[in-house]
Structures are given as structure tokens and as C-alpha cells.
Design a protein around this ligand. Structure first.
Ligand code: A3P
Length: 286
């Protein structure tokens, strides 16, 4: 059995989150909270581990203190048999690192009011879709994705948990104009992790130097995170890793092994319409 979904202001979320929406919306962020915001499957866990390493001076032992979902409360998450994001956040001493997948318009207003720093990671739409398809297969807390062809249509229609990808990445891009947001791309992190980690250090005012940077790159590599029980979600009861591991492939361009030629054309046409007028650019022919 899978958990249900429902909608808040037209955006599909877990039903349990919707039932608790008043409390999520009135969440009290603190000025020293750091928020990690992403569309699901854009590289959330990866940036979380990088940020934790940077905050703790590049000391991996500090990141091994607890599994990642307990270190960084996922504010809108409410799932049976695990502590809710709000419970975890409220019990946590400052400075907190918090996680969300909410689109801009659903972010609790206290994050804007308190001028919290935010790190957003975006991933190209096609790989993001493929990763989400595999994730919805293995995560029993979300609806089953159906066939690949069915899921492809749902993604284009924005009928997936946390709503349409296109609005999510565009609206967070615009939000940079009025908030302290470091906007990163998964593809850049793959291509030049040292460069992107430096940006995180600068943004967090934690310049640790080259040795620490090398340590962070090693500790947060795909293979290291896949093998690390504190980052691979091996203990989360809702995930069935025999269906698909949480840390699955970690590559750029995996969409090419999934999309048909027709799907690719349809996707590109839809993409052009939805992304018209934004200055946000992804490199899509990967
Ligand atoms: P794939 O399904 O394409 O493999 P999120 O943490 O937002 O749920 O994103 C999960 C995606 O990020 C998965 O993508 C996962 O493999 C990838 N990922 C996790 N850790 C990574 C790392 N250290 N390097 C590269 N990709 C990583």
C-alpha cells in the first residue's frame, strides 16, 4: 500500500502534509537557518552532504553523527513511523540546516521575513524526470509512477508530487532577485565539484582552503555516498532499494537511455513553450 497525495493551491503534495498544512505554512524559520531547496531528485542529498562538510570544517566524522534525514529536517515531510520534519526542526538547536522541495509560492513566509540564506540546486529536466520515475517506483510514501510512458505524460502535465518542474526551477531563479539564494546546477557539480564547493564556501563564509576542499570532494563523491549508510538512506522504512537504489546512477544524460525519439521531440516542444522568456539556461543536449 502506498500513501495518498492531495493538493494545496494546485500543487500535489503528500496527503499527510496537506492535512498538516496550517502548521507547515506557519513554520517559524530563524535568521541563522540555512535552507536547502530543490525539486525532488535534483541532487538534494548531494548538496546536503557538501553543506554539512563545509559547515563542519571538512571533518567527515561530524557528518557521520546521524543519517542525513535526521540531520537536516525536511520541513513539509510527514510520514508514518518516522519523525516529521516539523518535529525534528523544532527539537534542533540553531544553527539549523533545513530541507524543502516546496515551490516558491508554498514556502512558509517566515523564510523570506527572516532573510534566511537558501541554496537551490536545479538539474536538467530530462534527467530529473528519469530519476524521479525510478524514485517513485522505490518510494512507497509516493504514488506508483505507472509505466514509463504514463509517467512521462504526468511529468509534463505537472501531475507529480511537488508540482511542475518548469515553474519550480523558474520561480526559484526569479526569487534570487529578492533573497540570498545560491543557485547551483547538478551538471556543474558533476563537471567541476571543486568550483561549485568553493561557491558554497564563499556563500557560507567558510573558506576552508584546498585540503579541506579535496576532502569534501572525496567524501561526497557518488561512490562514497552510495556506500555510506549515513547518506544512502538504507535505513528508511519507506524505500525499497531492491526496486531501485536511492543513489542510483548519478550521471548526466541518462535520459538518452529512456526517451524515445517521439518523446524527445514532444518534450522539447513543450519545454520551449514553458521556458520562454526566462533567463535561466540549462544545457540540454548533454
Ligand atoms: P539518479 O537517480 O539519476 O542516479 P535527490 O537527493 O534530490 O533525491 O537526488 C537523487 C539523485 O542524485 C540520484 O540521481 C542520485 O544518484 C544522485 N546523487 C546522489 N548523490 C550523488 C553524488 N554524490 N554525485 C552525483 N549524483 C548523486
Amino acid at each position: 500500500p502506498r500513501l495518498d497525495v492531495a493538493k494545496i493551491k494546485g500543487i500535489m503534495l503528500q496527503k499527510l502534509s496537506c492535512e498538516n498544512w496550517e502548521r507547515i505554512w506557519s513554520f517559524q524559520a530563524q535568521p541563522d537557518d540555512l535552507l536547502i531547496a530543490t525539486y525532488p531528485k535534483a541532487g538534494t542529498t548531494w548538496i546536503q552532504e557538501i553543506v554539512d562538510m563545509v559547515i563542519h570544517g571538512g571533518d567527515p566524522a561530524m557528518c557521520q553523527r546521524a543519517p542525513i534525514h535526521l540531520r537536516h529536517p525536511f520541513i513539509e515531510l510527514r510520514c508514518p513511523n518516522i519523525p516529521s520534519g516539523l518535529e525534528l526542526a523544532e527539537a534542533m538547536p540553531p544553527p539549523r540546516i533545513l530541507k524543502t522541495h516546496l515551490p516558491v509560492q508554498l514556502l512558509p513566509p517566515s523564510f523570506w521575513e527572516k532573510d534566511c540564506k537558501i541554496i537551490y540546486v536545479a538539474r536538467n529536466a530530462k534527467d530529473n524526470l528519469v530519476s524521479y520515475y525510478h524514485f517513485q517506483q522505490m518510494n512507497r510514501a509516493l504514488p506508483h509512477p505507472g509505466t514509463w510512458a504514463q509517467y512521462f505524460e504526468k511529468f509534463l502535465a505537472g501531475e507529480v508530487p511537488w508540482g511542475p518542474w518548469h515553474d519550480h526551477v523558474k520561480d526559484w531563479w526569479e526569487a534570487r532577485e529578492h533573497q540570498r539564494i545560491l543557485y547551483l546546477f547538478y551538471e556543474d557539480m558533476k563537471k567541476d565539484p571543486a568550483h561549485e564547493i568553493q561557491k558554497v564556501m564563499t556563500f557560507l563564509e567558510k573558506d576552508l582552503g584546498e585540503d579541506a576542499k579535496e576532502k569534501i570532494i572525496g567524501h561526497t563523491s557518488f561512490q562514497a555516498m552510495k556506500e555510506n549508510p549515513m547518506t544512502n538512506y538504507c535505513a528508511l522504512p519507506w524505500f525499497d532499494h531492491s526496486v531501485s537504489p536511492f543513489i542510483r546512477k548519478g550521471t548526466v544524460g541518462d535520459w538518452k537511455t529512456h526517451f524515445t525519439v517521439e518523446q524527445n521531440e514532444r518534450f522539447d516542444e513543450d519545454y520551449r513553450t514553458k521556458m520562454v522568456g526566462t533567463s535561466l539556461n540549462f544545457c540540454n543536449e548533454l
